[in-house]
Design a protein around this ligand. Structure first.
Ligand code: ZN
Length: 440
């Protein structure tokens, strides 16, 4: 009897101090979310046709994401990126906002609350749907001038991509000359090409480099804003360093950390097949170098933006090259984490916001490769998309999940504990509304 009592006491003690507590997975210090816009399974297979086995195939865990939105079985990029960034489904075309106009709390805001540094990297305009949805709250993704204002007023530490046109006034704006000059070192421009050639793989290097004519006069960028605001000037006044070339980007990462705004084209960055500089890999690694100096870790979103545009254009080469380039960036990120002993403290999640084009890879015996790509639409589809994960809490992303659930797991990884997702929030209880019997 006494033995039984002792055993029972031991059992009670074990229940009070469960062994599981010691085994609970540690929250990651850093969280990296990489989004291949429009990247379904077949877009990845297309990249494999070009490169052979992909860098993403080194990821330890794999799951499947069911993408959709509050208004449709088929999501757009802003609703999907908001699902990933907030944990909530919203209406297509809206950015970081519930249907009633209440802002959704976004992953960048959660990260900042934790004292983590944050970064956004994309090959589109940085005001485009996916990067915008990490940080902005707006009724329409089309209001990119307003998105630029919200980005300019945010606390994001590293911003790299295209689209200075939305940050600067047009040439015709009268007050433009009164604005502070932009710190651009023209000597660096000449070196940009040779410096960043090293970041490209052999396939990119063999392609001719053509450049669109950006919005520049006397080497000073101008934009398309009609309100006369120079948001780049406003940001540099708040302590951001503004850079515009790959060469400047490589120099900035060797200096002390600080907030960086890198806008490398007036509009979207060039296609990878037309010599995009700096490359997505270079931007991703530069962002990692800066953010890894954060004392409390970081959240970084990296988007391969133009896989989607290849799909919209039903352009197989475009899609294939952009998907391959995104995979090259994945390889560069994984290598950087490994080389800098950051693998065990960094959660990496790689997924897509939706599939674009309904790409199928049909057998065709008459063609050289025995395959003919076929598209079923120039829009997005509801096809499931892959999810790859590695690092602490990577197992949270296994199996099939709705993409807003993936967003919730990402936010919890950033916060380091369970988060209550309740929307709409229950109204505050009013004492007068309570039944008399419940009053005390
Ligand atoms: Zn799209």
């Amino acid at each position: 009897m006494q033995t039984l009592l002792k055993l029972s006491l031991l059992f009670v003690c074990m229940s009070l101090f469960p062994l599981a507590a010691a085994d609970e997975p540690k929250a990651p210090r850093n969280v990296i979310l990489m989004i291949g816009d429009g990247m379904g399974f077949n877009q990845l297979v297309s990249a494999r046709y070009l490169k052979g086995p992909l860098a993403v195939e080194n990821m330890k865990h794999m799951g499947v994401s069911h993408t959709h939105s509050l208004s449709s079985h088929v999501t757009d990029s802003s609703a999907s990126a908001t699902a990933l960034a907030s944990g909530y489904l919203i209406v297509n075309g809206e950015v970081g906002m519930h249907p009633d106009g209440t802002p959704t709390k976004l992953i960048v805001e959660y990260a900042e609350e934790q004292g983590k540094w944050t970064g956004l990297v994309a090959t589109c305009r940085i005001t485009h749907a996916t990067p915008a949805s990490m940080v902005a709250h707006l009724k329409s993704r089309g209001s990119e001038d307003d998105i630029a204002v919200q980005i300019a007023q945010s606390e994001v530490d590293v911003i790299l991509g295209g689209g200075w046109d939305k940050f600067l006034p047009g040439l015709e704006q009268k007050n433009r000359l009164d604005l502070p000059p932009l710190p651009i070192d023209t000597a660096l421009l000449k070196d940009a090409e040779s410096l960043f050639a090293s970041f490209r793989d052999h396939r990119e290097r063999s392609m001719p480099v053509t450049a669109e004519v950006p919005l520049l006069k006397n080497n000073a960028p101008y934009g398309t804003r009609t309100d006369g605001r120079n948001l780049i000037g406003e940001m540099t006044a708040r302590g951001y360093r503004f850079i515009r070339t790959g060469a400047e980007l490589s120099l900035i990462t060797s200096g002390p950390p600080g907030k960086v705004l890198g806008l490398f084209h007036s509009g979207p960055m060039a296609k990878v097949s037309e010599g995009r500089t700096p490359s997505l890999s270079a931007m991703s690694v530069a962002a990692l170098k800066i953010l890894s100096q954060s004392p409390k870790g970081f959240f970084l979103m990296i988007e391969g933006s133009q896989i989607d545009w290849g799909g919209h254009a039903n352009d197989f080469d475009y899609t294939q090259n952009e998907a391959a380039d995104f995979d090259t960036a994945i390889g560069a990120v994984l290598r950087h984490l490994k080389d800098n002993d950051m693998e065990n403290e960094t959660l990496v999640v790689i997924t897509a916001d939706h599939e674009t084009g309904g790409l199928s890879l049909n057998g065709h015996p008459q063609l050289a490769l025995g395959m003919e790509p076929k598209w079923t639409t120039t829009s997005h589809t509801g096809a499931p998309v892959p999810v790859f994960s590695a690092g602490p809490l990577a197992e949270q992303f296994l199996g099939i999940q709705d993409h807003e659930r993936i967003g919730r797991r990402l936010i919890e990884a950033v916060v380091g504990s369970r988060v209550q997702f309740r929307y709409p929030p229950s109204p505050p209880s009013a004492p007068t509304a309570m039944p008399p019997s419940r009053r005390f």
